[in-house]
Design a protein. Structure first.
Length: 206
């Protein structure tokens, strides 16, 4: 791909670094911005820059937040004694889209995967255990992707939670094994939350 402008080429190369964006798509995006008013492009760049510099992670659940505590954790209408454990922020967004869950979350920021060099110490597991102990949590719901790594993570955390009087469940497997929550349709994911199962019976059947 040949460019008559080094500035244009630089912009295309930067857009092409984004996931799922190839050079042709990057060029289309850059040319679109080139057609916009300077003020609109400036606003676009300011929003992206502000997002990167000012966004925080909730000190309680590690979800993205504009403040120290996210809007979900600070919402008095949410069930504060119910925690849905997810792998990443995309899963929070997917579950919230179902409008079937009224508790809080805990974002692990990954799952246990020895082959990828990810162990329990690299995840937000100890903070979850401390939170359960401190907050007198009534139920933990595991909403991890149905695969070997997800199951391994559930098993590990369940063992860590055994000393506490907390109900531990997992979403029903309306989602195919090997699938990802992020790509599940809202109805399937919503029903999986409503029909959650005790972790003991789930693990014993694996």
């Amino acid at each position: 791909m040949q460019f008559s402008s080094q500035l244009l080429e630089n912009a295309v190369n930067e857009f092409a670094k984004l996931p799922g964006i190839g050079k042709k798509t990057a060029l289309r995006l850059v040319l679109h911005l080139l057609k916009q008013d300077t003020s609109e492009v400036s606003h676009f760049s300011e929003v992206i820059s502000k997002m990167r510099t000012e966004i925080k992670f909730c000190q309680r659940c590690f979800n993205v937040s504009d403040g120290d505590i996210c809007s979900i954790c600070s919402n008095s209408l949410r069930k504060q004694d119910m925690i849905c454990v997810v792998e990443n922020i995309r899963d929070v967004i997917a579950i919230e889209s179902t409008q079937q869950y009224s508790g809080t979350y805990h974002v692990l920021n990954g799952i246990i995967s020895p082959l990828d060099g990810v162990g329990p110490d690299q995840l937000n597991i100890e903070s979850l255990v401390a939170r359960v102990q401190k907050e007198k949590t009534q139920e933990i719901i595991f909403a991890l992707n149905p695969n070997i790594q997800g199951d391994t993570t559930i098993y590990y955390i369940q063992k860590k939670l055994q000393p506490f009087n907390v109900r531990v469940t997992t979403i029903a497997r309306g989602i195919a094994f090997g699938g990802e929550l992020e790509y599940a349709d809202e109805m399937t994911l919503g029903r999986s939350l409503q029909n959650r199962l005790p972790v003991e019976s789930y693990v014993s059947n694996r």
